[in-house]
Design a protein around this ligand. Sequence first.
Ligand code: GCU
Length: 687
Amino acid sequence: RAEDGHEAWLRYAPITDPTILAQYRNLPTQIAVLGDTPTEHAAGTELQRGLTQMLGRPFTVTYGLGQILTSSNAILVGDLESLDKMYVKKQKLPKLKPESYMLGTRNNGAVSQTGIIAADPHGELYGAFRLLELVAANKPIPTTPVTESPSAPIRWVDQWDNLDGSVERGYAGRSIFFDAGHVRPDLARASDYARLLASIGLNGLTVNNVNSDLTTLEPDKLKEFALLAEALRPWGIGMSLSVDLSSPQVVGHLSTFDPLDPTVIAWWQKKTDEIYTLIPDFAGFVVKADSEGRAGPSQYHRTPAEAANVLARALAPHHGVVLYRGFVYNHHLDFHDLKADRARAGFDNFASLDGTFEPNVIIQVKHGPIDFQVREPVSPLFAALQHTPQAIELQTTQEYTGQQRHMVFLVPMWKTALDTDLRANGRGTPVKEIVEGKSFHQPTGGFVSVVNVGLDTNWLHSPLALANLYGYGKLAWNPDATSEQIIDTWTRLTFGNDPEVVSTINELQLNSWHTYEQYTGNLGIGTLTDIIGIHFGPGVGSAENNGWGQWFRADPKGVGMDRTVATGTGYIAQYPKELAATYESLATCPDDLLLFMHHVPYTHILHINKTVIQDLYDEHYAGAATAATYPMLWQKLHGHIDNQRFDQVKALLTYQAGHAIVWRDAVNDWFATMSNIPDAQGRVGHH
Ligand code: GCU
């Protein structure tokens, strides 16, 4: 099934080059897994399958202590506990953080041993995948042991799957988990998905939509969810559920769902215990409340903290967590009110609650204050919550970024957010360190991405889009990994090590976010897509004049949202002092966020010494011109990769090139009409 994309980056293509094969000559064919848990079996079979396939010689695997002598050639996979037993405490063992592993090779005379020594079975699995990745990318196996640990405990994926089998903002077919109101009887795709997620170091999966089905917590449903959890379990993927806060009323038939009502508190406790009886390793709840029509504590004049804490207390004895989403805003804002501003909502709703959450509540914050636009500043909420664990929410499904019909490699965008230094309290506090829990000494926190794979054989519809899922996992494990490292390994694993293939695909992917931003919405204006409906294709005016608050406030004289403290919505004051000062002043506000922060005349001169309107025209032309090169660049790979994926991607890139022209002309014409300023190069306006 290699060519249909189902294996994604886990293809384990046979290595034929004899010099590369020689690098792995000493790798022992006996894999000795010291433990016997389902996760350790997953690690063992994966190693056996991958190494046999890639190296073309048969590998064997054994499980349990007593199979192996310290003096034989072997790939040893074990956790500290088993090793301790094996060496009968004669050796000094390393200290390892949870989920970590140490990987290295030792040659002692005729004996060669490659060790994956881990803190726990999760770590063994991650170490196994690392060894396989090294071989697949033709990299040497380290002789001096390397230790790897994840950045943070929360490394989750959200699927927006509905129980009827549809997927909200999913672009790759129907749900792999659900159909017709039930968990699917065949969960092979679910466990294959868990394998993919484990291979990049992820450990949690919320299987149902944040706009959750109100029947989710019914007893019969929970029994079905338990089967799903079982399918994920061997891969170390904990299952969690999105829950609706009205459940005590809808499912429990209580007269209220007021979080402070004793019957409601008792209901959540009982329900949570019931879940853990069925799913002992249940990961926790995800909550979308008081947002886009979902029920919430505001109905009873209670705060998000009061609601979150009730769930958190029910989960705490079982070590579960609540991911309470910071995506709470009013979608009936008054467009005429120049002080109204959706971007303010996260901070306005949550900042004052800092310090009032139970320790197992994590606030899940979208990276930008609006909604996954092609360019946004980071949410100021990250700097405001200093006594509350946080997770950053990123979107792998390309809702506003071309829905997998456009190639847009999002890792550089995510890194821009993660690397943004908010300078909270006047010191270095990059977003990545805040969510890792480092900046404000939080015991937990981390990463969540909305992925929305579907039944399409290749998971995300476009083979190129899988780079985003792969990259998300890599960043969640280590946010310091570079975009270049991530794409290079992904390309090698997905399309092979042919240098022409690797350099062409790397280059295409690395520039794609910038290109998409150019032909959709540059200068921080927002994506300019159809805001009300499906969020695909140009819909320039649709963001204006409605309650959703994704405005850019264009009029005949100027454009941009005035979010300054001096004359605007005051949003900028939500940032720590230094960053606020940078954004507040036109002299220092970066061009790529200008129209997010300021309302300026079309003739305002940018730092690059060009007017706003001319830059808008030029960038749209430049972006479409770059997209036009994509099919030609891809053509060079004909015969270097399999025809099936070659043709599939060629068709997608050809579509993208055409759609980029549609975008260019729609946006440019709209602004030419609105501003009545023609393009200096005569391409737009006055036709
Ligand atoms: C976006 C998206 C919705 C989704 C919401 C959320 O607005 O369009 O489909 O429900 O985000 O994240 O809750």
